[in-house]
Design a protein around this ligand. Structure first.
Ligand SMILES: [Zn+2]
Length: 367
């Protein structure tokens, strides 16, 4: 991932952004710590501590570039940013680091060099606020009918008893402020992340230590031609959070506004239903719907986003009453192959022929 940082340095350095420090992952990949701005409100932000969550890094870099052009905000905050805290995981598209450790469950023992770097940076900068940036499970929704949540935010617990300490209250207020100020289309798709107290996680740990920690999770696009929407929504959320912290505008919001955000829910239907696909072979011709779902080939339920592209056929037939995150009407489209191409449990590595003769590879509908 050296090239990413070379490009990042070219794009970002100069102006209000300085390369503060470089460290290394367990396997020796570079991790950069940048400082942006010079104002009195100190914020620590990091992304992609889970290697398979790249949207968070893109959004953080976008926000840093925006900060580069915002002189007022630069004078109000000092942002210490660590984009891609887990480059070894990123290289493998794996949640965990090279040692197999979930860096976000290593805030106490600091076994991984990535967790140690984050805690050292926190100790050195003593921020009032922290932004912990992730990509969330694409099957999380906040609405009825189910639409993937575009963003989920959380002010983590800092004890088992749901205590609202001053640090946690500030985090809740900032989230309420951000949720209120984002564009309407985004606002309806913001969820509150589940808040089970996790003492080994960074958000919970830093909150306990007095830093107002905010988790922001980029969700999923609802239609396949809207792939940039989660990145754009997260970038905007980061910028609005920084403005709220910089100007104290969060003080105008109360904890109840945070509580009113809909809770993230795991969706239990199909990820994709293909409607009205024609099958024609030597034995006959007919039309079917195809229900597709992402499978989780992992024994740890926390590794939810490990194999993003492992989609399989879960059902074939009339799926007129099925609930799905997305459904595509393929009326007039022909399965490329015989009826044996399709079976329950098969991977979705098949194609359909459009009426104009164009071949469509089914995985491309999930991009
Ligand atoms: Zn994550």
């Amino acid at each position: 991932m050296e090239s990413v940082f070379t490009i990042t340095d070219q794009l970002l350095l100069g102006g209000c952004i300085r390369l503060e420090h470089t460290a290394h992952s367990y396997e020796g990949r570079r991790i950069s710590v940048y400082t942006c701005g010079g104002g009195p409100v100190k914020v620590l932000a990091w992304s992609q501590m889970h290697g398979n969550e790249p949207t968070s890094t893109l959004a953080l870099l976008d926000a840093m570039r925006m900060l580069q052009g915002d002189k007022e905000l630069q004078s109000q905050i000092t942002l210490t940013a660590i984009p891609m805290l887990n480059p070894d995981g990123s290289a493998r598209h794996d949640r965990r680091n090279a040692q197999g450790i979930d860096v976000n469950r290593d805030a106490q023992s600091l076994i991984s060099p990535e967790a140690k770097l984050l805690m050292d940076t926190w100790q050195r900068t003593q921020p009032q606020f922290a932004l912990n940036l992730h990509d969330q499970e694409t099957r999380y929704t906040s609405l009825t009918p189910p639409t993937p949540a575009l963003l989920a935010m959380l002010a983590p617990e800092c004890s088992a008893g749901h205590a609202i300490t001053p640090a946690r209250k500030r985090a809740m207020q900032v989230i309420a402020n951000v949720a209120d100020i984002l564009p309407i289309a985004t606002r309806g798709r913001i969820a509150r992340y589940d808040d089970v107290y996790t003492p080994t996680a960074f958000g919970d740990t830093l909150m306990r230590l007095g830093t107002s920690s905010i988790l922001i999770e980029a969700g999923a696009a609802s239609v396949h031609n809207d792939a940039q929407a989660p990145r754009q929504a997260m970038t905007k959320a980061i910028m609005e959070a920084l403005r709220s912290m910089a100007t104290d505008s969060y003080l105008n919001y109360d904890v109840q506004a945070y509580d009113r955000l809909p809770l993230n829910k795991e969706f239990d239907g199909y990820d994709l239903v293909l409607k009205h696909v024609a099958v024609t072979d030597t034995l006959g011709n007919y039309q079917i719907d195809i229900g597709i779902r992402r499978v989780k080939p992992t024994c740890n339920p926390e590794d939810f986003a490990e194999h993003l592209n492992e989609y399989r056929v879960l059902n074939i037939g009339d799926l007129g009453d099925a609930t799905a995150l997305r459904s595509v009407d393929l009326q007039g489209y022909q399965l490329n192959g015989s009826h044996e191409t399709l079976y329950i449990g098969c991977k979705i590595d098949f194609t359909v022929l459009a009426p104009d003769g164009k071949m469509i590879h089914i995985p491309s509908l999930l991009d």
